[in-house]
Design a protein around this ligand. Structure first.
Ligand SMILES: NC(=O)c1ccc[n+]([C@@H]2O[C@H](COP(=O)([O-])OP(=O)(O)OC[C@H]3O[C@@H](n4cnc5c(N)ncnc54)[C@H](OP(=O)(O)O)[C@@H]3O)[C@@H](O)[C@H]2O)c1
Length: 261
């Protein structure tokens, strides 16, 4: 890591920390001296992250689609860390498929995890964040800027998440709410559940219409470093965007897609 941030003593809950972006943010924050609660559903993956964290860290099992679980997870994190200075919401689902094939159940699931869960966890964390004059950071996506056939449900969920962040900001100006727009990132499980047929259908459209955005993939540590900069700064940060650089390029869209997840 080129720049080192000092998060000594900061108490940070990272939701969606069992893999990918959230896990990397949690580990980077721990390296920077923070006390970190790693939260998600897969307990074994959380324990593995906690074991790798160099600083004080706890694993907190949490399904963000369950209100009681959100409240308990925040309470467990606060008990384990001794309070809360920051919440990072990196939980997310990214179903692939054309709108014409989307079931109501798939719609509800992606909105539940990407939008409603973000707000419910924030509500549970709010009293602690107000007490610490803390901040909440949400992982949004470049999908809010570009529409791709097959990622419509995902795009709509991230646009809705942006709205949720704006509303929290208006209701509670004493807490800092930051949106992080993120471009294609390597070493995550973003595409792990994508169905091969749905992927082929989408790929055919993307390639035929030259829609795959530059086929570049950013190292996940680069994204984590950018989020650390938000966590470390004392000012109010509304919005940042972290994108791959040209040197991160994969040769082809197929190669970039194989790298995802
Ligand atoms: N990778 C990219 O290129 C990219 C680009 C832009 C934005 N993003 C965003 O980055 C965030 C993280 O995604 P990722 O790429 O790192 O993918 P990932 O490796 O699949 O991580 C997703 C995380 O969300 C958690 N999660 C999913 N459903 C959950 C639930 N019901 N309750 C609690 N946690 C849940 C998962 O944990 P469990 O399954 O253990 O619960 C996992 O920790 C997402 O918001 C995604 O939209 C990623």
């Amino acid at each position: 890591m080129g720049v080192s941030y000092d998060l000594s003593g900061r108490r940070i809950l990272v939701v969606g920390a069992s893999s990918g972006v959230g896990r990397e943010i949690g580990l980077a924050a721990s390296h920077a001296g923070a006390r970190v609660a790693f939260a998600a559903r897969r307990a074994d993956r959380l324990e593995e992250a906690v074991a790798r964290a160099p600083g004080e860290a706890v694993a907190v099992r949490c399904d963000v689609t369950d209100d009681a679980d959100c409240a308990r997870a925040v309470a467990d994190a606060v008990a384990g860390l001794g309070g809360l200075d920051a919440l990072v919401y990196a939980a997310g689902g990214s179903p692939l498929g054309m709108l014409e094939n989307a079931s109501r159940d798939t719609w509800q699931r992606v909105l539940d995890v990407n939008v409603v869960g973000a707000s419910q966890i924030t509500a549970a964390a709010l009293p602690h964040l107000r007490e610490s004059e803390g901040r909440a950071v949400y992982v949004s996506s470049y999908a809010v800027r570009q529409s791709l056939p097959g990622l419509g449900l995902y795009r709509v969920s991230k646009l809705a998440l942006d709205g949720v962040i704006e509303c929290w900001r208006m209701e509670h100006p004493d807490v800092a709410f930051t949106r992080v727009v993120v471009g294609n990132t390597k070493d995550t499980e973003f595409a792990a559940a994508w169905d091969a047929d749905a992927l082929k259908e989408a790929m055919d459209v993307w390639l035929a219409r030259n829609l795959f955005p530059a086929a570049t993939m950013m190292p996940v540590e680069v994204l984590a470093e950018a989020v650390l900069s938000v966590l470390a700064v004392r000012g109010y940060v509304d919005d940042i965007a972290v994108m791959p650089r040209a040197r991160d390029s994969a040769a082809t869209a197929e190669e970039a897609l194989r790298t995802i997840g």
